[in-house]
Design a protein around this ligand. Structure first.
Ligand SMILES: [Zn+2]
Length: 72
């Protein structure tokens, strides 16, 4: 999946536990699948050099299905 929007709640939602998410926005012209599907981002950080990997956690199958339908 490419060009997914990263949603940052930090500015106005810093008091919540929700961090960064990626989201797939449905096709606004579609009758179905208009909803936004989100998944949380987590990071693995090397304590020696700081190398960081970002992973998406959540329902990847649902994200993929939504992505395919939104990017026909
Ligand atoms: Zn390292």
């Amino acid at each position: 999946m490419t060009d997914l929007h990263i949603n940052d709640k930090g500015h106005y939602g810093a008091d919540t536990s929700e961090g960064l998410t990626v989201e797939v926005q449905g096709d606004p012209k579609a009758i179905f699948f208009k909803e936004i599907v989100r998944a949380s981002l987590t990071a693995n950080v090397c304590s020696s050099c700081g190398f960081t990997e970002i992973f998406t956690a959540g329902n990847l199958d649902r994200l993929w299905v939504h992505y395919k339908r939104a990017n026909r």
